[in-house]
Design a binder for this molecule. Structure first.
Ligand SMILES: Cc1cc2ncn([C@H]3O[C@H](COP(=O)(O)O)[C@@H](O)[C@H]3O)c2cc1C
Ligand SMILES: O=C(O)c1cccnc1
Length: 395
């Protein structure tokens, strides 16, 4: 694996010793120090550290695609995917991805009390347990894709102390404030959650992950995500408000009003992602943002899933414009805010299966396609190797 890159707490030192010394992170919600755990300046500095994927490997792969035993361009989008894979792996031809990890960030949202979801908040905790027993959609699709699932309770509004400690280790608080009328959490909690997400990305990369997926679980989280996208893209509430878990027309109106009010509260914090997450996000979204950012710092590719991770990607992209080069949009969800987020990131989704689930499912479905792209690019012979013609002949 690569040499350890600097973690956020070691911004002025890049050597491995400093990265190691930077390990201690706030462990409990009430361990907030007098100094903020993370400033916007530090976040921006970290963003500046994100490198470009390897342009040489990308160009070599483009050239290779033109020589393989097929008509030029005949593998369509698979060719673009192989170029992306080669760039992020920094090698041509790209290899199959071998250690794929899904991290599901779970958290409850106070705005659920506003009738913005078709399901009750208790479902969040039930689904966390389902992820742990391997019985959720994300588990089934992960098995298909050869990926492993990890769940993190960032802010589920339930006592999950009976589940393995690794799941609750980073828990910041239980639930969030109702974002239409109050902050989701404090600024310190937002910073703590961001740092936790970064630490988790570090853990995954250090353990050898070569492809990451961020999943989401939290009733009413599509309301928070839509409000964030509304603020970040200057769209109005009705444009970003989707049906989420399947709310009816009256529910959609309530959700729209909640998003409108949350956007009003979030707008003053546009330039400060930590404050914005504190005002109208939640610990789960903050952690996902930190995870996506640090994955890019660590030169580790991520497949984006639905509306929540795509929203967090827009936030991470604000501080690290090059980070989006390390991300692939797995699918287009039916949530309008996700389409807007992907537009903002200039990412074209691999699939459009009308999914509206989250958990990481849409990203996992794109993995076999990505693997097909690396396999064709690396396993096919060139026309020249077959002793054939060197190029197309147009009479
Ligand atoms: C059983 C169940 C499993 C889920 N898995 C993901 N979500 C998805 O739906 C929720 C967001 O939609 P909304 O904002 O409308 O509440 C999130 O938990 C998301 O991960 C689920 C939702 C339910 C009900
Ligand atoms: O597309 C998504 O990401 C989505 C849609 C509905 C509910 N949760 C997630």
């Amino acid at each position: 694996m690569d040499e350890p890159d600097a973690t956020p707490a070691a911004l002025d030192e890049t050597d491995a010793a400093a990265a190691e010394a930077a390990a201690p992170l706030p462990e409990t919600p009430d361990s907030a120090a007098a100094e903020p755990a993370l400033t916007v300046e530090e976040l921006n500095l970290l963003g500046g550290r994100v490198e470009h994927p390897d342009e040489g490997a990308r160009q070599e792969t483009r050239a290779r695609q033109a020589e393989l035993a097929k008509p030029v361009g005949a593998l369509g989008s698979l060719e673009d995917l192989s170029v992306w894979a080669a760039g992020v792996q920094r090698t041509c031809p790209p290899r199959p991805f071998e250690r794929i990890r899904v991290v599901v960030f779970a958290g409850d949202h106070g705005i659920a009390a506003g009738g913005v979801s078709a399901y009750p908040a208790e479902v969040t905790a039930h689904m966390v347990r389902a992820f742990l027993t391997g019985t959720a959609a994300v588990n089934a699709l992960a098995r298909q894709a050869g990926a492993e699932v990890r769940v993190l309770d960032m802010s589920v509004d339930a006592d999950l102390s009976d589940v393995p400690e690794d799941v609750t280790r980073h828990k910041v608080r239980r639930g969030t404030g109702r974002i239409d009328v109050e902050d989701a959490m404090t600024r310190d909690e937002a910073a703590t959650a961001l740092l936790a997400g970064m630490a988790v990305a570090d853990e995954e990369v250090d353990a050898g992950a070569d492809l990451l997926i961020a999943g989401d679980m939290g009733i009413a989280n599509t309301t928070a995500a839509a409000a964030l996208v509304g603020v970040l893209t200057g769209s109005d509430a009705a444009t970003v408000c989707g049906r989420g878990t399947g709310i009816d027309d009256r529910g959609w109106m309530r959700k729209c009003a909640a998003i409108r009010d949350a956007m009003r509260r979030g707008r003053p914090h546009m330039a400060d992602p930590i404050a914005l997450l504190a005002a109208i996000g939640g610990p789960d979204l903050a952690a996902t943002t930190g995870f996506l950012l640090q994955a890019a710092v660590r030169r580790t590719p991520v497949v984006l899933d639905g509306v929540v991770p795509s929203t967090c990607a827009v936030l991470a992209h604000r501080v690290a414009p090059r980070a989006s080069l390390w991300w692939l949009a797995g699918h287009r969800s039916t949530e309008p805010a996700q389409t807007l987020a992907l537009q903002q990131l200039a990412l074209e989704p691999v699939l459009d299966l009308k999914l509206r689930l989250g958990e990481g499912t849409g990203a996992l479905l794109a993995v076999p396609i990505l693997q097909a792209a690396t396999a064709t690019c690396s396993e096919m012979a060139t026309l020249e190797e077959l002793g054939g013609s060197h190029g197309a002949e147009q009479p």
